[in-house]
Design a protein around this ligand. Structure first.
Ligand code: NAI
Length: 271
């Protein structure tokens, strides 16, 4: 699929990997619906991307991907502002910092909340694992379901890419993030289950040209790692920028033969 003029929804598109992908896609002529809880970052990015353009190339929707109605509103926005949908990137995510490696037991949080909770010393009490599973796994299932429905109705194929994690393939016990691992293993298994969706006997050709894939990045330098940046430095853990991760997204978009695959992108392994 050529990126030019394609309409892409990216959840968690206001920061880190999602933001880098948004910028690359717009550079290559795509139109993006940026979905994020962080309104300030999302609106600023959208303004920057649209500046000086004759036609709007980006639209921001403030959205919590765990809220069904807000999730549906992304697809409505893609239709209203850009006339349909070609690609959904389920990328919004929270990370869990816990266990002996990071020395912070039993917490499930996003970067800003970890920092705030550290200050208030409320880290252990505040965050249930359920929230992480809802954001990192359930919202991926729900977004995929809606996108498949849209693609079936449009009848011109489509692509879903889920941001999993290397932890969703390796479950490295040195980085003790059990709920995150469970969620990301879920994303990996869910994605693999769609291999051959197009030919699936049960689907009777309803999903012709529709593909579902996932990326499994290793440690990537984004806001998500802010609370453990010093530990990463001290332990000399290798970190990559978001760019090779974005390269893998672009490869999946452009190669129509890739379906039901998980692409690892790590400083050690490449993609
Ligand atoms: P980030 O923290 O820079 O970006 C995550 C974005 O998701 C933020 O803008 C945040 O506001 C948004 N978000 C969080 N919960 C949301 C919700 N309920 N609804 C809507 N938006 C929400 O982090 P990063 O690293 O860019 O993370 C993106 C994805 O990459 C995540 O799924 C993460 O698990 C995954 N990942 C990141 C790795 C890393 O080392 N940074 C490694 C492997 C995977």
């Amino acid at each position: 699929m050529h990126v030019e003029n394609k309409v892409v929804i990216i959840t968690g598109g206001a920061s880190g990997i999602g933001k880098a992908l948004v910028e690359r896609l717009v550079k290559h002529g795509a139109k993006v619906v940026i979905a994020d809880m962080n309104a300030q970052a999302g609106e600023e990015l959208t303004m920057e991307l649209n500046e000086g353009k004759e036609h709007k190339v980006a639209h921001f929707v403030q959205c919590d991907v765990t809220k069904s109605l807000q999730l549906v509103s992304l697809f409505t926005a893609a239709e209203e502002h850009f006339g349909g949908l070609d690609i959904l990137v389920n990328n919004a995510g929270l990370w869990e910092v816990s266990g002996p490696f990071f020395g912070i037991p039993g917490s499930v949080v996003d970067a800003d909340t970890i920092a705030a909770a550290h200050e208030e010393n409320t880290l252990r009490r505040v965050f249930p694992w359920k929230r992480l599973i809802e954001v990192d796994l359930v919202a991926v299932l729900e977004g995929t379901r809606i996108a498949l429905d849209v693609f079936r109705k449009q009848g011109r194929g489509g692509l879903i890419i889920n941001t999993a994690s290397l932890q969703g393939v390796n479950a490295d016990p040195m980085v003790m993030t059990p709920a995150y691992v469970a969620a990301k293993f879920g994303v990996v298994g869910f994605t693999r289950n769609f291999k051959g969706l197009e030919q699936g006997l049960l689907y009777e050709g309803k999903y012709k040209g529709v593909r579902v894939n996932a990326i499994a990045p290793g440690t990537t330098d984004t806001a998500m790692l802010n609370p453990v940046r010093q530990i990463i430095k001290d332990t000399r853990l290798q970190m990559q920028t978001a760019e090779p991760v974005v390269d893998a997204f672009m490869m999946i978009i452009e190669d129509d033969s890739i379906s039901g695959e998980i692409f690892k992108v790590t400083p050690e392994e490449g993609c």
